[in-house]
Design a protein. Structure first.
Length: 581
């Protein structure tokens, strides 16, 4: 198995594993799992859990399972299963032949529940959800026992059998564990183990109408798969006593030849600013049309960031560097972008693209002539090689690279100003032509100095700016999508208590440019190709919308590294105070 990070560094979970192995816990085995519920697409927070669990297995020569917690058919479907498998595989995790579903164990879960009833450890309760909530008590007031708590075992067995047979309406009865209604831990106040739900399951169809709760199914699934370390996020810390209670009171059978039982360990989940991580809220963004789908490049889903152009290597580096903590915190989105930028800087070829074209004619360049210039692909990659870029009389440059009345410290094109064309000549702007009806600049007429071609005898002549360009004749039309943060504020849910989180959505989170031109080197860009557009940003050929002869590029991240700047600013030798993640 290949190490995918996060588990490769020493952290408090690895320290626990080291101690367990030294003491012979579970015969020194390490077996982890990732147990997603297929009720939505995975997001960046899940990526940390995948990478952590898989990394721990790899580091300790153990095993890793992918197991779906498919116990709620009302919100789950096959689309989500397929997307999760795709995402976990993309992140680099390998579960071998150990792909499981909680629904694989429904018969065993049912038999275990019968065991609990026979031991007097579980009972069928007729209280409604509201009545159960009222009986449960509060953190300062103990709960009250259900009037059905002392039903005879035979009656509970009969009612539970009839629940399975579909005799009762959804929500009319539950199976509850008989633990302690006065416990300080609310999760031990006779928690529900099974509920009635008449819904078709994506794998078992209509075979079942009762479904186990997560806190019951999860520890049993771990035990049946011989999991040794059940890594969960911090919200499950108070659920750990129930996890252990289930394992203590059910007579489950391990895989032959395997000894031991799982141990639950909690770690801090990954939160980043400028987004939401609740699958319920992400679902709302999709269903209410705020985004184009679960894989919209503005979404924090794995599918979204993959479509935007993030690399799995960058995600693994990000998770590895933020580490594994015991307390919740918020990571700056700028640090994630920094990790993406660092990865792409090493591998993304450089090309020239003009996003807002302005025609430029080199009036002293021969009509009909084309020069093919050698331009390096990536100065950060010694093996990156070079490509040939065509130069002709008519070019396109960026509108922002010209000012008729330039402000101070503007060194690009202006009347009488010189700049160098990247990889080519120094040119001088002689005049700007305007649309007579609107006054808009429609063309620049320039002259070039033939002695200043890059690599030529006059190539060492200095000017204050170099700009990118493309040949008007040879360039290719393209669509470019400029993505920004999905939310306006770092705390996406900031605002009055009665304000919906969608009020913070950024109305300018996407800008679509349809008149872009790109150099011929990307004419045959395959979907998924990544480039640095010189002086612009990193871009990704959209795998869904790109077509032959007209690629569609998504902006991945800008070239400006705000996180690195902030780090430099807060260092003792930096220019001043700054903020970091």
């Amino acid at each position: 198995m290949e190490d995918v990070g996060c588990g490769s560094a020493i952290n408090f979970i690895q320290s626990i594993i080291d101690k367990d192995r030294a003491e012979g816990w579970n015969d020194g085995r390490v077996h982890t799992r990732f147990p997603p519920e297929p009720n939505g697409y995975l997001h960046i927070g899940h990526a940390k859990a995948v990478i952590l669990n898989y990394g721990l297995a790899v580091r300790n020569n153990g095993l890793f399972n992918l197991r779906f917690d498919d116990t709620n058919p009302a919100t789950e479907n096959e689309e989500f299963v397929e997307s999760i498998i795709r995402d976990v595989k993309w992140l680099g995790a390998d579960w071998g032949d150990r792909l499981f579903f909680a629904s694989d164990y429904f018969d065993q879960f049912y038999d275990f529940a019968v065991q609990l009833i026979e031991k007097g450890k579980a009972y069928v309760c007729d209280l409604s959800q509201d009545e159960m909530r009222e009986h449960r008590g509060t953190l300062t007031r103990p709960g009250r026992e259900s009037p059905h708590r002392d039903r005879p075992i035979e009656e509970n067995l009969d009612l539970f059998k009839r629940m399975r047979a579909g005799e009762f309406a959804a929500g009319s009865r539950t199976l509850r564990a008989k633990i302690d209604m006065a416990s300080a831990n609310m999760n031990l106040r006779d928690p529900v183990l099974y509920r009635i739900l008449h819904a078709r399951h994506h794998r078992t169809g209509d075979r079942w109408c009762i479904y186990p709760m997560y806190d019951y199914a999860h520890p049993l699934g771990d035990a049946l798969e011989s999991i040794t370390h059940s890594i969960c996020t911090l919200e499950y810390c108070d659920h750990r006593p129930l996890y252990d209670w289930v394992l203590d009171n059910v007579d489950y059978q391990l895989v032959p030849g395997v000894r031991g039982r799982p141990k639950q360990i909690e770690f801090a989940r990954l939160n980043t600013n400028y987004t939401v991580m609740s699958k319920r809220k992400l679902r709302r963004l999709v269903e209410e049309g705020h985004v184009s789908g679960w894989d919209d490049p503005r979404m924090p889903t794995i599918a979204g960031i993959r479509r935007r152009g993030y690399t799995p290597e960058a995600i693994r580096s990000f998770c590895d560097q933020i580490g594994v903590a015991k307390s919740d915190s918020v990571v700056d989105l700028a640090f994630l972008e920094h990790c993406v930028r660092e990865d792409l800087n090493r591998k993304a070829p450089r090309v020239m693209a003009v996003l807002r074209p302005l025609k430029l004619t080199i009036v002293n360049y021969p009509e009909g002539q084309t020069e093919w210039l050698e331009v390096e692909n990536n100065p950060e990659d010694p093996a990156g090689g070079s490509r040939r870029v065509p130069l002709a009389r008519e070019l396109y440059v960026e509108q922002d690279d010209f000012r008729e009345d330039p402000p101070p410290k503007f060194f690009r094109l202006a009347p009488g100003r010189e700049v160098r064309l990247k990889g080519a000549y120094i040119i001088k702007c002689e005049r700007a032509l305007k649309d007579p009806s609107t006054g808009a600049i429609i063309e620049l007429q320039c002259t070039h100095d033939p002695e200043t071609r890059s690599g030529g005898p006059g190539s060492d002549r200095k000017v204050k700016a170099t700009i990118h360009w493309v040949s008007a004749t040879h360039s290719l039309p393209a669509t470019v999508r400029l993505y920004d943060k999905l939310f306006l504020t770092a705390d996406a849910e900031a605002g009055p208590e009665d304000q919906d989180f969608t009020a913070n959505l950024n109305p300018e989170s996407i800008e679509v440019l349809n008149q872009c031109r790109v150099e011929p080197a990307v004419a045959h860009a395959t979907a998924g190709s990544r480039y640095q557009f010189l002086r612009q940003a990193y871009f990704h050929a959209d795998p869904e919308d790109s077509r032959e002869g007209h690629p569609v590029f998504n902006r991945i991240v800008s070239l400006r590294d705000d996180w690195a700047r902030a780090q430099k600013a807060r260092s003792p030798d930096g220019p001043g105070d700054g903020t970091a993640r």
